[in-house]
Design a protein around this ligand. Structure first.
Ligand code: NAP
Ligand code: ZN
Length: 349
């Protein structure tokens, strides 16, 4: 029997979203069928469908911040049962055999991880993401959402949560350390919450002071406007770790100057232009300029358990399927507090 589902898809680059009915694959032994409850809108979805990262095959159903309920399981599934609360993030397959996969870093799979949408699977099928009522995914790429986190505020953790948690862990953020988060958007606000929960003293660096009250509410102890040259100069050399989440082109030198000697600037923002900085800014004070790419499946589960233990979910605005096209413009304009989450029950033909 063929199973179909309703999805939202971009028919062409930057075209308005439309509703479509698509077929889901028959369950393989390790597959679960998930009824999606909520899907977050990540800025990467926008970069992708607007072809800011290169040309793509259309139509595209984006969405890699997926939270829902297992409705059916393949014959060999052991990790999940019908009724389980689960999430799916940015990846849906990897070889499972290379050292990266074996160590739980599926994002670096030597064969190439298959991404949740707009990616060609090992079976040749073009993947479709979470702006949909259902998805079929291998249980290897499905994580458990702890009872303490509601599905709507859990959805953004599957990308924004893990993408900020992973570098904060890797660079071993400790209680009392000073962390700056650049850009208070979907990733940035999660970075603040998680760094605060790790015991860091957190400063938000935003374009203006407009979000200062929000920074305080998220647990940050300070909020700096990057447009305030005096404040930026006063903050020079004062952070153990600076996490850049900005989706647009920025003057990287201004942020490198904020890092303490031997400290690190971790970049997770993915604008399409080059960053430029003089090497001396790194060499003299022995600073590190680092990148970080989402997180593997074991670490994604660890992040969800950490968030549940600390009572952390995303701060969201729930929207219906017919508001997604407009929501993209609002995200680009910085007009979201702090993640749009699509209620997929509103997806009707
Ligand atoms: P978002 O919600 O749009 O937030 C980006 C923030 O950047 C905005 O809230 C804004 O903060 C700041 N910003 C936007 N335009 C700016 C400009 N022209 N100049 C200076 N600051 C600007 O985006 P997101 O979903 O958090 O994603 C952020 C970036 O991370 C995107 O490039 C995305 O593709 C990337 N990403 C990377 C990974 C990874 O694995 N490395 C994973 C997911 C996403 P203020 O208003 O506070 O200034
Ligand atoms: Zn994302």
């Amino acid at each position: 029997m063929t199973t179909t589902t309703t999805v939202l898809q971009a028919p062409a680059a930057s075209a308005p979203f439309e509703v479509a009915t698509v077929e889901l694959r028959d369950l393989r032994d390790d597959d679960v069928l998930i009824e999606i409850a909520y899907a977050g809108i990540c800025h990467s979805d926008i970069h992708t469908v607007r072809e800011e990262w290169g040309s793509k095959q259309f139509p595209i159903t984006p969405g890699h911040e997926i939270a829902g309920i297992v409705r059916a399981v393949g014959a060999g599934v052991t990790r999940h049962q019908v009724g389980d609360r689960v999430g799916v993030g940015c990846m849906v397959d990897s070889c499972g055999e290379c050292t990266w996969c074996k160590d739980g870093f599926e994002q670096y799979c030597e064969k190439g991880a298959v991404f949740t949408y707009a990616s060609t699977g090992y079976d040749g099928e073009y993947t479709r993401g979470g702006y949909a009522q259902a998805i079929v995914v291998s249980e290897r790429f499905t994580v458990r959402i702890p009872e303490g986190i509601d599905l709507d505020v859990a959805a953004p953790l599957l990308c924004a949560g893990i993408t900020t948690y992973s570098p904060l862990r890797r660079w071993n953020v400790q209680p009392g350390q000073r962390v700056a988060v650049v850009g208070l958007g979907g990733l940035g606000h999660m970075g603040v919450k998680i760094a605060v929960a790790m015991g860091a003293e957190v400063t938000v660096i935003s374009r203006s002071l407009a979000k200062a009250a929000d920074s305080a509410a998220l647990g940050a102890s300070a909020h700096l406007a990057s447009s305030d040259a005096d404040a930026m100069t006063a903050a020079a050399g004062s952070f153990d770790l600076v996490l850049n989440t900005v989706s647009a082109d920025i003057d990287m030198e201004a942020y490198l100057k904020l890092v303490k000697p031997r400290g690190v600037l971790v970049n997770v923002g993915l604008p399409s232009q080059r960053y430029a900085f003089r090497p001396g800014l790194l060499v003299g004070p022995s600073k590190v300029f680092a990148g970080s790419n989402i997180g593997g499946i074991p670490e994604t589960q660890e992040m969800l358990d950490f968030c549940a233990a600390h009572g952390i979910g995303a701060q969201i605005e729930t929207i219906s399927a017919d508001e997604v096209t407009q929501a993209y413009d609002k995200v680009v304009a910085g007009d979201v507090r702090y993640r749009y989450v699509i209620d997929t029950a509103t997806l009707t033909r």
